[in-house]
Write a protein that binds this ligand. Structure first.
Ligand code: SF4
Length: 411
């Protein structure tokens, strides 16, 4: 063949071949979102590297099916979330039992208002997230590689209740330990030892530490603890449905209600989050929705009205909906905090449209922190910040003591 073409034409053929290869590579990358790192040194011998779920073999690699990005991962590549890789043709999680942050919180901090008001919740996060919110409140742990996380975490180990001799005031002494890893069985045992009633998978994005969350939730349920996932809802239906077997409450952060905001400030799409909310509704799970209102970016009247109307129609009037104050942070440090009037207006609009449990978050002392009976209007749970000043629902098993209206939740 080379006899006819001549050696002088070889560079042309080589260039053509390279051009064709580049076109193929570009098409592949356009079709599958590219992973964050190729050929980076992967610490697969660490004890927190475990087999992951929801991946399928495809030509020359695997495809992760955990979240809507569906990353295509050639051998050695890492997904957009930075914590899932293809190693030896299998999906691996790099953050199993490797927490980035562990705290004992009041449940109001999640914020979850329709489950066990005033109780403690053992809360943990692993590094990583599949989204890239410019206003992320926890970007120091959500936007890093697991290798960049601190080697050890301070882990709440036990809480001893004591009585102050002179005043009779009850207070708690919380003991911590430093830990490199935190296995699901340890989480459950520390949660019980710190008087937590539930475990929260929170702070970063629990979807990307799915296996760790799933195993912990299963054990926690067996020991009588409740489970709460606080998430942006960027997860595919099958893993979500599987997880719901063990979740008691899911809190979804609905970042806004138009695709351009999701594209420009979140690094994802709105539609999959709506799908998640519809799946939650269909499954009968208890869930709450929170919207962080960023001034000038996602607080437009039209989009807010659309969000409220959609929530009422598709999720029902009983879904607890929170409007939370944004504080200058991360890549939006140049934008001021949300004025309280914006949050009040949003709450008023939602109440006007017929939603029954509408809250204002991150504004201590706002009347929108409390839970009211939708029928008689009386205060049922009075809150101030994370404190519970009055709770009529726990003693009554979740019924308004004035008119018997049943309030959805776990009381
Ligand atoms: S969880 Fe999402 S972002 Fe992470 S590897 Fe899987 S598909 Fe990609």
């Amino acid at each position: 063949m080379w006899k006819f073409i001549g050696m002088e034409t070889l560079p042309i053929f080589t260039a053509a071949g390279m051009a064709a290869a580049s076109v193929c590579a570009a098409a592949l990358i356009a079709f599958y979102p590219p992973p964050e790192t190729f050929g980076k040194l992967i610490p697969v011998n660490n004890p927190w590297v475990k087999d992951g779920k929801f991946a399928a073999s495809v030509c020359n690699g695997i495809q992760c099916g955990l979240c809507p990005f569906k990353c295509f991962l050639p051998e050695g590549a890492r997904g957009r979330c930075k914590v899932r890789i293809n190693h030896g043709g299998r999906i691996k999680t790099l953050v199993y039992a490797k927490p980035a942050s562990v705290h004992l919180d009041p449940i109001e901090k999640k914020p979850v208002y329709h489950m066990l008001p005033g109780s403690l919740i053992y809360s943990l996060a692993a590094p990583g997230c599949n989204l890239k919110c410019k206003m992320c409140q926890n970007w120091e742990i959500s936007q890093i590689y697991p290798e960049q996380a601190a080697h050890t975490s301070l882990v709440p180990e036990s809480l001893t209740l004591k009585v102050e001799g002179s005043t009779g005031r009850v207070y708690g002494e919380l003991k911590h330990k430093e830990a490199v890893t935190l296995e699901p069985r340890e989480i459950v045992s520390y949660a019980l030892a710190t008087h937590a009633r539930s475990v929260a998978y929170t702070y970063s994005e629990p979807v990307v530490f799915y296996e760790y969350m799933y195993d912990t939730a299963r054990l926690a349920r067996a020991k009588g603890l409740k489970n709460v996932m606080v998430s942006a809802g960027y997860i595919n239906r099958e893993p979500l449905e599987e997880l719901l077997k063990y979740m008691d409450v899911v809190k979804i952060d609905l970042k806004g209600f138009d695709e351009s905001f999701y594209g420009d400030y979140v690094g994802g799409k709105l539609e999959p989050v709506k799908e998640t909310l519809l799946t939650l509704k269909k499954s009968g799970a208890l869930f709450e929705v929170v919207n962080l209102m960023v001034p000038g970016l996602n607080d437009g009247k039209e989009s807010l009205k659309n969000m409220i109307a959609w929530a009422k129609k598709e999720l029902g009037p009983d879904v607890p909906l929170f409007f939370s104050r944004f504080s200058p942070n991360y890549q939006l440090a140049n934008i001021g905090a949300t004025p309280a009037e914006t949050l009040t207006r949003a709450r008023d609009e939602a109440l006007k449209q017929g939603l029954r449990y509408v809250y204002v978050g991150n504004v201590s002392g706002h009347p929108g922190e409390s839970t009211y009976c939708p029928k008689c209007g009386k205060v049922l749970v009075r809150r101030y910040g994370y404190a519970i000043l009055e709770n009529q629902l726990t003693p009554s098993g979740g019924k308004c003591p004035y008119d018997g209206t049943k309030i959805p939740g776990i009381w």
